[in-house]
Design a protein around this ligand. Structure first.
Ligand SMILES: Cc1cc2nc3c(=O)[nH]c(=O)nc-3n(C[C@H](O)[C@H](O)[C@H](O)COP(=O)(O)O)c2cc1C
Length: 204
């Protein structure tokens, strides 16, 4: 099962199109895919009450908890977000902060452990677009994605990032990004079905 999370508040924009190509590639390779639009869900941000430090559960009862159960059961999670003010969108950051109860389960209470062996075949990908053609424009997103995939027990595999959208006039004007996303989705599912670990890990 491949789950795509769209973190852009703009429907069918550059980043969602990139996600769609990844999911199309994954589906064509035999994967079962599902796309979730974070801006259509209702969830407040983490309140930092730390109740989860005792219970391992979040006191908020909304769309997020069921979705996290789904992500934990997935083989592959592909997260997409445009760059907003040199970072990921509010929708995605708020969603990621709500995973704090899972961080507690894995790293404090030890009540739900995903082994290193399991983690090797569970894959997380990050797709992003930015308006500017600037080397460091995606830099702040990578540590957040690494933490997110680590909390959920996925290996952070190399995804697709495409800058310079302003110059290209949007993702359809980019020479390689959409095709790269399709090929990355195809390869992800082929390797998952063959039981191969992710060799091309994200280094940033
Ligand atoms: C509020 C806002 C902030 C943005 N901040 C940046 C930025 O800091 N750097 C950048 O390169 N592009 C920035 N952009 C441009 C978007 O990253 C770019 O247009 C992206 O492709 C939009 O993706 P979408 O169509 O999926 O929403 C910003 C756009 C918006 C709306």
């Amino acid at each position: 099962m491949v789950i795509g999370l769209s973190g852009s508040p703009r429907r069918r924009g550059n980043t969602e199109q990139l996600l769609d190509r990844f999911l199309a590639g994954a589906s064509d390779a035999g994967g079962i895919v599902e796309k979730i639009i974070l801006s259509e869900l209702k969830y407040p941000s983490c309140k930092g009450c730390n109740a989860c430090h005792k219970t391992g559960s979040c006191i908020m009862d909304d769309d997020v908890n069921g979705l996290y159960d789904k992500l934990l059961a997935a083989d592959c999670v592909v997260v997409s977000s445009p760059i907003y003010t040199m970072g990921i969108t509010t929708e995605l950051k708020s969603f990621i902060d709500r995973a704090h109860y899972l961080w507690v389960r894995f790293f404090v209470l030890g009540s739900h452990i995903i082994s290193q062996e399991e983690k090797k075949v569970r894959r997380g990908y990050f797709l992003s677009t930015a308006g500017m053609d600037q080397d460091d424009v995606f830099d702040t997103a990578f540590p957040m994605m690494k933490a997110f995939f680590n909390i959920l027990g996925f290996t952070h595999c190399a995804g697709v990032q495409a800058g310079n959208m302003d110059e290209y006039g949007g993702i359809t004007g980019h020479p390689t990004a959409l095709e790269n996303a399709y090929q990355t989705g195809t390869l992800a599912v082929k390797e998952i079905l063959s039981g191969y670990p992710c060799l091309e890990q994200e280094k940033r």
